[in-house]
Design a protein around this ligand. Structure first.
Ligand code: ATP
Ligand code: MG
Length: 230
């Protein structure tokens, strides 16, 4: 039917440490979206020393953007394989060139992004979060020693495997990542101006309910009530 609700095709934009990973886990759990994180995919490729990982490693270590062509083919492949019409992109696209490539692929299958969520978190709270952050590389699960610690210190809750510090979570590299973000954010938000919503707060708990109501209001999808493939 023409009034059928659309599958969720979401993009999260926000500065490093703004909680994209945390919000993504909640959306994955509550709306059944598949979470595609360019940063998580790159880190897995780097850990596994794949050819892509070897090409990307130094850029990621320095907080610089990995070349567009590598990211574009990585995400194209992931989207082809995802097997779920409801998905959420985190960290991609980050440049206009990446956005145009993504739009082209999605327009071909008539499934454009339908909501872009811009996370706005004050910068003074972010650096401390990054310093307290530990991750489980294989899954991308994020922990924070202050407000979301693992059940057992140093270990992932689900697998019991060891947690890591991201090598780019240092004050020096963080500064570079923040500058990168500011340079790319306004052109990207402008590119998606027709589908973008702003949500803002100091904590992920303050922000998450705002995201949920945007999805309900703009797309008519309720948590736990997923649209099937078209
Ligand atoms: P956070 O995970 O805290 O939100 P972030 O947005 O800086 O921070 P990721 O998205 O995990 O971190 O990305 C980590 C690094 O991976 C980036 O600094 C960059 O080197 C590389 N990267 C990730 N996505 C892209 C992209 N779309 N284009 C180019 N480089 C990317
Ligand atoms: Mg992230």
């Amino acid at each position: 039917p023409s009034n059928a609700i659309q599958p969720l095709r979401l993009l999260l934009i926000g500065c490093p440490g703004s909680g994209k990973g945390t919000q993504s886990s909640r959306l994955e759990k509550n709306f059944g979206v598949s979470h595609l994180s360019s940063g998580d995919l790159l880190r897995r490729n780097i850990t596994d020393q794949t050819p892509l990982g070897q090409q990307a490693r130094q850029y990621v270590a320095d907080g610089k953007l990995v070349p567009d062509n590598l990211l574009i083919s990585l995400i194209d492949t992931e989207l082809l394989q995802v097997g779920n019409p409801n998905w959420l992109l985190d960290g991609f696209p980050r440049t206009i060139k990446q956005a145009q490539a993504l739009d082209n692929s999605l327009n071909k299958i008539m499934q454009p992004l339908n909501l872009v969520i811009n996370l706005q978190v004050p910068e003074d709270v972010i650096l401390q979060r990054i310093m307290d952050r530990w991750i489980h590389i294989p899954s991308g699960r994020v922990y924070n020693l202050s407000y979301n610690p693992p059940l057992v210190a140093g270990l992932d809750d689900i697998t019991g495997e060891p947690l890591s510090k991201r090598p780019d979570d240092t004050p020096e590299v963080f500064k570079v990542r923040l500058e990168q973000h500011h340079a790319m954010a306004s052109p990207l938000l402008d590119h998606y101006r027709n589908v973008v919503v702003n949500v803002r707060g100091n904590t992920s708990d303050e922000i998450y309910p705002q995201i949920e109501s945007e999805i309900v209001n703009k797309l008519g999808v309720l948590p736990g009530n997923l649209p099937e493939a078209l």
